[in-house]
Design a protein around this ligand. Structure first.
Ligand SMILES: [Fe+2]
Ligand SMILES: [Fe+2]
Length: 191
């Protein structure tokens, strides 16, 4: 359902468990970025009513997730601050076509894969973190990221026929898997 080609390597959980504070700060940034991605898509394709409605709903939802993470940080006395991001988003963006309508398709499908990866990792955190509050927190977010994944894939089909979307999604999923397997030695949601 999530269209991921590669499972998260086992070392990731160990890596982020060693620095949960940075993982949570990064998570807040990810929710903010997810709202930004949806807003940019809304601006870029403002004549597509179905997309505009879906994107404005996602912007609102991602911002509400952002607030939930900010609240969690505050409860734990962690200061929200800038930290260097993982290179995952940038590496995925580099795969996007420059020409329309393929650019729209790629922007939507890379967003779909980011949602899928977040969802997979929220599931891992829910199932494996010893911190019960955090495990439940990630468990609560799992479903909405799965839903966002499907929304982005569905919207890509507004631009090119379904078979082309499926083929391109499979290609991008392979690339996404390579990026994930190459890993980064940081405690990040997408390291
Ligand atoms: Fe979110
Ligand atoms: Fe999301």
């Amino acid at each position: 359902m999530l269209n991921l080609r590669t499972e998260t390597p086992a070392c990731w959980l160990k890596q982020v468990s060693a620095n949960l504070e940075e993982l949570l700060i990064d998570h807040a940034h990810c929710e903010k970025k997810a709202a930004g991605v949806a807003m940019n898509l809304l601006f870029a394709y403002v004549d597509r009513v179905e997309l505009v409605r879906a994107m404005s709903a996602i912007v609102q939802e991602e911002l509400s997730h952002f607030h939930l993470v900010l609240d969690l940080l505050e409860r734990r006395g962690i200061r929200f601050r800038k930290i260097p991001p993982s290179r995952y988003g940038e590496r995925l963006r580099a795969l996007c076509n420059k020409q329309e309508p393929l650019r729209a398709v790629d922007r939507l499908l890379t967003a779909a894969l980011i949602e899928a990866r977040s969802c997979e990792r929220f599931g891992l955190l829910r199932d494996h973190l010893a911190d019960v509050e955090l495990a439940a927190f990630f468990g609560d977010l799992f479903e909405s990221e799965a839903r966002h994944h499907s929304t982005y894939v569905r919207l890509a089909k507004l631009f090119v026929p379904e078979e082309r979307v499926e083929a391109r999604l499979a290609e991008l999923a392979v690339e996404e898997g390579r990026i994930i397997e190459s890993g980064e030695n940081l405690s990040r949601m997408h390291s």
